[in-house]
Design a protein around this ligand. Structure first.
Ligand SMILES: [Zn+2]
Length: 132
């Protein structure tokens, strides 16, 4: 990890300032089993409030689409590669390390602050070979 791309790495298993789960976990509703990624006040299916929300580790996903942003703000890496990935029923968009292609398997590489001083951390993905 060179650290020269404008992001600072933090462990994937520590919590954000606001109590968000680590980047490699999805929310799960204990009432109906629905899973989702981004913080929501209510379950999208049954409306269950956060008292019935747990988290689950996501494991490996599959790339559905990729894009490269060539022109980025000065404190964001360039090019900024992004991938839309599905982890079973949970979809998310994240930065991806290296070149990813549609159909590649990906796993979480940790979460990163996109910009210095930004309290919000973003997940980053890496392409994996079978099982690694
Ligand atoms: Zn639910």
């Amino acid at each position: 990890m060179s650290g020269g791309d404008g992001g600072s790495e933090t462990g994937a298993d520590d919590r954000g300032r606001d109590g968000d789960p680590p980047a490699d976990r999805a929310f799960v509703c204990r009432e109906c089993g629905r899973r989702w990624y981004y913080t929501k006040p209510r379950c999208p299916d049954c409306g269950g409030d956060p008292s019935v929300h747990g988290t689950e580790e996501l494991g490996a996903g599959e790339v559905r689409a990729v894009t490269r942003v060539e022109v980025t703000p000065g404190d964001v890496r360039s090019p900024n590669r992004l991938a839309l990935a599905d982890f079973d029923d949970v979809g998310l968009i994240a930065q991806v390390d290296g070149d990813a292609a549609v159909g590649d398997r990906v796993a979480f590489a940790g979460s990163f602050t996109l910009r210095e001083g930004d309290g919000e951390r973003q997940p980053r993905l890496r392409v994996i070979e079978d099982g690694k």
